[in-house]
Design a protein around this ligand. Structure first.
Ligand code: ADP
Length: 169
């Protein structure tokens, strides 16, 4: 599995699947979630509402999938990151679950290229350095015959620096 780092906007990435840092309502929000729904159009929200009607809200660490509406990607995988509340052990495990469950779901969709934002490091205040380490570890430990490339899409310069360093190691 190849790992790539891109600085920019995940809504512009032509991957098989892009991951959304959603909230448990699945009804959209700020940050990357807002950007994906804005750029992707009504179709994504419609499918999120269908999922809610079927299964209720999405729990932290879990992932669900919709199509990608007007985005260049094929699918959007919506995963709910933990809100940082200083419980390092618990919240680290939940963040790791986001990456693991998103990768599993991508694999089941036969996605070859999957792009991740820096889940939980915005409004949810997860420390960026620790979040980056968890993300890179989970991706490196995930063995797949299906997924060929994982792209980490960093929106802010701080995350970009953190990932540059982590991926050099
Ligand atoms: P969370 O609630 O999980 O913290 P946020 O969307 O607030 O989610 O932030 C997660 C990360 O997404 C942050 O690092 C933020 O800089 C980044 N981000 C915001 N907009 C975009 C975008 N359009 N593309 C990629 N990343 C983005």
């Amino acid at each position: 599995m190849k790992i790539e780092l891109i600085k920019g906007d995940i809504t512009k990435i032509k991957a098989d699947a892009i991951v959304n840092a959603a909230n448990s309502s699945l009804l959209g929000g700020g940050g990357v979630d807002g950007a994906i729904h804005r750029a992707g159009g009504q179709q994504i929200l419609k499918e999120c509402i269908d999922i809610r009607n079927r299964q209720g809200k999405c729990n932290t660490g879990e992932a669900v999938v919709t199509t990608a509406g007007n985005l260049p990607a094929k699918y959007v995988i919506h995963t709910v990151g933990p809100v940082w509340n200083d419980n390092e052990e618990k919240e680290s495990k939940l963040l790791a679950n986001c990456y693991k469950n998103s990768l599993k779901l991508a694999e089941s969709l036969e996605a070859k290229i999957i792009a991740f934002p820096n889940i939980s490091t915005g409004i949810y205040r997860f420390p960026k350095e620790l979040a980056g380490k968890i993300a890179v570890d989970e991706v490196k430990n995930f063995k797949s015959d299906v997924i060929e490339k994982v792209i980490f899409v960093c929106f802010d310069a701080e995350n970009e620096e953190i990932y540059k360093k982590l991926l050099k190691e």
